[in-house]
Write a protein that binds this ligand. Sequence first.
Ligand code: AMP
Length: 331
Amino acid sequence: MDPKQTAPTSSVAPVSARNWTETDEPPTPDLALRMRTVRTVDDLRAALAPARREGARIGLVPTMGALHDGHLSLIARARAECDVVVVSLFVNPAQFDERDDLQRYPRRERGDAQLADGGGADVLFAPSVDEVYPPGFATSVEVLGLGDRLEGAARGAEHFRGVCTVVAKLLGMAMPDVAYFGQKDAQQTIVIRRLVADLNLPVRIQVCPTVRESDGLAMSSRNARLTPQERSRALALPQALQAAASRAAGGERSAASLVDAARGAMLAHGVEPEYVELVDPETLQPCEQLTREALLALAARVGRTRLIDNVVLRPSAAAAPRQTPPRKAIA
Ligand code: AMP
């Protein structure tokens, strides 16, 4: 009897399983590529075994594909620091809270393989959903507290449960020395650092700067879905960050005022923010004053596409408390 027919179905995916297209392209051999594509955990381990035996440094860049220059910057950093670079390509159903978002998520493995190869990856790990969540799969990883804020509050706690579970699995599958993540998903990096520290996972988490288009829009696989009009309204996000950053540079320290600046810039573009918050970059708790480094994070829907962005703000010397009391005016 086929065990798959009797084993209980995995229950990790909030979007019910097997109702999406895993790829819109037939698998093709990667004859022209230097990089090797593997689809199973056994093949991944076999591909990495010689390097691991030699004590080579292995870098992992987890992605959901539709690669752009943001992803390529992570691959370039991994290439510069590691002996072997693994790029994973897996659209993780467990972290999608909306069926529409999952179904419309761009999938173009062939183009991604070429980009990853050109970027210097050695191995592309592109598993199926069944390989990652086989029948009977029943474990989930949750970082309490951090995963409920910002994106977790907007999308539901299952979003970061899905992210943490798949990242913990990818780290277990590839066992990299270093894993590379983008500042673009700031909360994700904070949650993953906590996960790695709490579970004593032997991996260094490297966070790389956000790569932007020339007009400031943060690169994202979801940008491809924007219509030309939405694409120009999406500038609301970087301009909101810019507005808050300029106000902070001018000496403003009140979180309410910095958030107002960002919110105002978004509304001026006709974009209603889902949230705009100034938070502590480790605990993600709201800040009332910008007295030390803080994260201004925001999210908004532009048409049907949900976008996020963030900037790290520091208090400006322009607002430093006076060291000496002001002199009394001479009468
Ligand atoms: P994704 O494929 O969207 O899950 O992203 C995979 C990795 O690429 C994550 O660590 C993201 O934070 C990172 N990433 C996505 N967009 C950018 C960007 N514009 N700049 C830098 N890193 C990014």
